[in-house]
Ligand binder design. Structure first.
Ligand code: BTN
Length: 264
């Protein structure tokens, strides 16, 4: 199975500040290490990457299975943004991942609000963005990206097999993780640059084009409340806009979505 090493990665990096500092461990969670490094003033663009995570974390306090074969990384960013705009970094990351998969494998990739990347409806990547605030300002943003690359689908417990996939399962062979990482970092750099230049609109357009939910009937569990309706848009805060059966509009800032019926 091909592995990633910092030497191998750095040799071919053409991403400027992204990845200049690169830490590679077998870790509990790359997000935890990145957070620690950020608090010690690690530079913007520092990457923590792991072959295995023993306590990988997902959204909403869930565990994230992170065996050998996956690509588990966290990037430290230091954007000058308000906390309410950090969702844009998650969005641009999802677009960068989706674009990378499209470019390398020509697969049917979609994004599912808020941050999942899917191939033919099955999750291949999750993104966990965590913000560190100092005083009033955003000090750093940790962007954790988990890609199910070369993991045997049988590794996943039965209840996940229907909803999860891996790159290897989709392309029916082991993928080159190093090449994937380089392509992804290049895409990320380009989108992050656009974001920093206040040019988020085209990224949002692309995110919307890749989105699989708009027009579909969904069920969202948000803070223990079940909301059912048609997903119609995302608003300027990254909230999912849902039209209920009686025409009322609800905005959901955080939650778990289930697609009930495809777009009409
Ligand atoms: C989700 O979909 O729930 C988000 C999953 C994020 C997983 C990645 S793997 C690298 C980084 N380290 C973690 O512990 N989590 C993120």
């Amino acid at each position: 199975m091909n592995s990633i090493t910092p030497e191998k990665i750095k040799k071919k990096l053409k991403t400027g500040f992204i990845g200049q500092q690169l830490h590679y461990f077998e870790v509990t969670s790359t997000n935890d290490i990145a957070k620690e490094l950020a608090s010690l003033n690690a530079k913007e663009g520092t990457i923590v990457i792991a072959e295995v995570q023993t306590c990988g974390r997902g959204r909403l306090g869930r565990d994230w299975l992170s065996p050998k074969g996956g690509i588990w990384l966290s990037i430290i960013l230091r954007p000058e943004v308000k906390a309410r705009d950090v969702f844009k970094i998650t969005f641009l990351t999802a677009v960068a991942v989706a674009k990378t998969i499209r470019k390398l494998f020509k697969l049917n990739v979609e994004i599912e609000w808020p941050n999942d990347v899917l191939i033919d409806g099955k999750k291949v990547c999750g993104i966990l963005t965590e913000t560190n605030i100092r005083g009033e300002a955003v000090d750093s943003v940790i962007v954790g990206i988990g890609i199910n690359a070369n993991i045997d689908i049988n590794f996943f417990p039965e209840h996940l097999k229907k909803t999860v996939t891996t790159l290897a399962a989709e392309v029916k062979k082991e993928v080159d993780k190093e090449k994937f990482l380089h392509t992804l970092l290049k895409e990320l750099k380009a989108y992050y640059k656009m974001f920093k230049e206040n040019n988020f609109a085209p990224i949002l357009e692309e995110w919307k084009r890749l989105n699989r939910l708009f027009g579909a009937n969904v069920e969202v569990i948000s803070f223990n409340e079940k909301i059912m309706g048609q997903a119609v848009n995302v608003d300027q805060n990254g909230a999912l806009v849902i039209k209920l059966a009686d025409g009322t509009i609800r905005r959901v800032i955080s939650g778990d979505v289930t697609l009930l019926q495809e777009k009409r």
